[in-house]
Design a protein around this ligand. Structure first.
Ligand SMILES: [Fe+2]
Ligand SMILES: [Fe+2]
Length: 169
């Protein structure tokens, strides 16, 4: 399996969570708040794992030494930071039970979903293509062995976090 199939599989897990986030915005306010909180609690560790996995693949010194790679990495790292900050802001708003205008929360959630989709799109059409053109197949193969292990771990963690937040939130 190529590293791209592994990365695609990983992004698919996130697409499912984003679709679920967007879907929950159609619920009534109380249900939407509860569901948004659950999804964000699942997303938080998943996004950390996403970054770790990408560090494993794209922070390889050989890849990083390429000028084009550094430019693309600056872009996605900036997106990671902004997504993390927005995620924190949303969890903070959700914690202020009923004090925050639900429309404001919903608008911010749409922005968050949009930023996530754009981030995945930029990675797929920029970083992944460039990596494919730059890295040797043998190196890609050895990195993929570790990356696919991380995706399996991510799948398991998402499942486990869902069962915890479904019981307690
Ligand atoms: Fe990313
Ligand atoms: Fe990604």
């Amino acid at each position: 399996m190529s590293v791209f199939l592994t990365l695609t599989k990983e992004h698919r897990l996130f697409q499912q969570l984003i679709s679920r986030l967007e879907h929950s915005l159609r619920y009534g306010e109380d249900d939407a708040r509860a569901e948004l909180r659950r999804i964000l609690l699942v997303l938080l560790p998943a996004l950390k794992r996403h970054e770790q996995m990408e560090d494993l693949i794209f922070q390889d010194p050989l890849y990083r030494s390429d000028k084009g790679a550094r430019r693309l990495l600056v872009l996605v790292e900036g997106q990671h930071r902004r997504i993390g900050a927005l995620h924190g802001e949303l969890l903070g708003l959700l914690a202020q039970q009923g004090q925050v205008d639900f429309r404001r929360l919903r608008d911010l959630m749409f922005v968050f979903c949009e930023k996530l989709r754009l981030h995945f799109h930029d990675e797929e059409t920029g970083l992944w293509l460039h990596y494919n053109q730059t890295m040797s197949r043998s190196l890609e193969h050895s990195i993929n062995a570790r990356a696919s292990q991380q995706v399996r771990r991510l799948e398991r963690e998402i499942r486990e976090t869902w069962s915890v937040v479904s019981d307690y939130v």
